[in-house]
Design a protein around this ligand. Structure first.
Ligand code: ATP
Ligand code: MG
Length: 436
């Protein structure tokens, strides 16, 4: 099967230019070079691919250097693994490109890094996660464009099946459990019977993954255009539970995530998306919608080693949820105090939260657009000039005035001054009383 036609149809113009240039280099070197992995899968599926991975039987580092010299850009190399990451000039191709030596991998213990030795394409394809990702296309030379499908990847693509190469695969690298759910969800594929059983048999090994690796897999899931089917599969296969008993995906979390995605097209959501990524907001929405006490939230943030920013946002959201339970009224002044200081991202997380009462949620955009911007004319300086001794009474007075202004009880500077005089007098009198 020759796929040169597919290059033209399903690679972006930029990716095609890179593939053509690499093919020419491969021909010139007389070295076997292949396009592998996701790009091949997507080409066969007729989907646009954004990733390019090249493998060579021979020195991957030398090939990467030749590519970089010919096409410019920069190179990061890992001598030990025979891998290089080429960053092409942005105008040529916007993503990084992997260039590696074909290799064999041996996993001595589950979830640890494998022992790597240079090898041929047969071994290099066999070390991969699934048969649909284990195909290659030869570049350059007389067989240019030919599909190398040694393990029935194309058959599995047609049957819509995710299949591992061997029964040990998930134990070797438990991140493949997450990857299986991702491809199944993204492509609407099923796990082949033996693969499903192998995955279930290796759920215990998920605990051996570092928190960072698990989080990275979940972030990749959340970065997908449609993460929900994948999360459902992660739940159904018991992968989430294997990470932490409190990490669940049920109706509450699904509704919250759908709600979040809707919010991102509105004004507040758009401000939030300028502060943090969509992936960040989705992940944090999930974590703040788990059936949790503060302890379970903490256990999950630990087992995913989330960033200090996510931790802080989770804490803020939990705090507001807690305070909302004893809120006395829904007047603007009360809502302003509840939400004061929260970022657009934190406000969006609250809007997507399934525990926060609807009456409060609907006021969040008004807080963000109007109430947040209203200030009193009085500030700390004004209070000092009135000879009020600095202390907690400052915040009390300022809060009181702001609430009164927001609630429409103060409508002008002179009314504010009147209230202020009254408040200061009261405090002075109290101070005198407690001093005597
Ligand atoms: P995507 O479209 O999600 O980027 P991809 O197939 O390009 O899918 P990558 O994570 O970019 O996936 O990895 C590139 C290729 O490297 C895969 O197609 C697969 O062949 C191989 N690979 C990646 N991760 C693993 C893994 N954990 N175990 C085995 N092979 C892997
Ligand atoms: Mg990829």
């Amino acid at each position: 099967m020759n796929l040169e036609q597919n290059f033209q149809s399903f690679l972006s113009e930029q990716a095609y230019a890179v593939v053509k240039a690499v093919s020419q280099i491969a021909s010139d070197l007389g070295q076997p070079v292949f396009l592998v992995g996701g790009a091949v899968r997507d080409l066969l599926l007729g989907r646009m691919s954004h990733d390019l991975d090249f493998v060579t039987e021979g020195s991957g580092l030398a090939l990467a250097q030749t590519i970089c010299e010919a096409l410019d850009g920069s190179l990061t190399t890992h001598e030990r693994f025979g891998t290089a990451v080429w960053t092409p000039p942005a105008q040529l191709f916007p993503n990084t490109v992997d260039v590696i030596t074909a290799r064999k991998e041996i996993y001595k213990t589950p979830a640890a890094l494998p022992e790597v030795t240079p090898s041929n394409m047969q071994d290099d394809l066999f070390r991969r996660d699934f048969t649909i990702n284990g195909m290659a296309i030869r570049l350059g030379g007389p067989q240019h464009g030919e599909l190398l499908d040694l393990y029935h990847g194309q058959r599995d693509l047609e049957k819509k099946l995710i299949r591992v190469f061997h029964q040990q695969s998930f134990q070797d690298d438990p991140t493949r459990t997450f990857r299986a759910a991702r491809y199944a969800g993204r492509l609407g594929f099923a796990l082949a019977d033996g693969t499903k059983q192998a995955l279930i048999n290796s759920l215990n090994e998920i605990k051996l993954l570092s928190a960072d690796r698990v989080r990275h897999e979940l972030e990749k899931t959340m970065a997908e255009p449609l993460p929900m089917p994948m999360l459902e599969i992660l739940e159904d296969l018991g992968i989430l539970k294997a990470v932490d008993a409190n990490l669940v995906w049920s109706d509450t979390q699904r509704i919250a995530l759908a709600h979040l995605d809707g919010l991102l097209s509105l004004e507040l959501g758009q401000s939030a998306a300028k502060e943090v990524s969509k992936t960040y907001l989705r992940l944090t929405t999930w974590l703040t919608n788990l059936p949790q006490s503060e302890e379970t939230a903490l256990s999950i943030t630990n087992c995913l080693n989330v960033s200090a920013d996510i931790r802080r946002d989770i804490e803020k959201v939990l705090k507001v949820l807690d305070a909302s339970k004893t809120l006395e009224d829904l007047r603007p002044g009360t809502i302003e105090k509840l939400l004061r200081g929260l970022s657009a991202a934190q406000l969006t997380l609250l809007q997507a939260n399934q525990q926060l009462p609807k009456e409060i949620k609907t006021l969040i955009p008004t807080y963000f657009n109007r109430w947040r911007l209203i200030k009193t004319s009085t500030d700390g300086n004004t209070l000092r000039q009135l000879n009020l001794p600095p202390g907690p009474s400052y915040q009390k007075i300022l809060d009181h005035l702001l609430a009164a202004k927001l609630n429409g009880e103060i409508n002008s500077d002179s009314e504010e001054n009147e209230q202020l005089t009254h408040l200061v007098q009261n405090i002075m009198t109290e101070n005198k009383k407690s001093a005597s």
